[in-house]
Design a binder for this molecule. Structure first.
Ligand code: 9UX
Length: 72
């Protein structure tokens, strides 16, 4: 099973920041795909909802030092 989440990520100021967000989210079990846009301050995450919740993805981004909120 697969679900998709869009997240607003704020606090990224360089392309290494996007790499840090991608690495932090990718490290979570159940995350299948992560794409982060520095210019749009957004992350798109494809994940297995049986293994990981959107809240866990938000937490991973916040633990990496950025602010994150779920987009509709
Ligand atoms: Mo470079 Mo992005 O120090 O925080 S990784 S600005």
């Amino acid at each position: 099973e697969e679900a998709e989440a869009h997240v607003r990520v704020t606090g990224m100021t360089c392309s290494a920041c996007t790499g840090a967000v991608e690495a932090a989210v990718s490290a979570r079990r159940g995350v299948r795909r992560v794409a982060v846009s520095l210019l749009q301050n957004r992350a798109r995450v494809v994940f297995d909802p049986a293994l990981v919740k959107v809240e866990d993805i938000i937490e991973a981004i916040e633990d990496a030092g950025f602010d994150a909120e779920i987009l509709p």
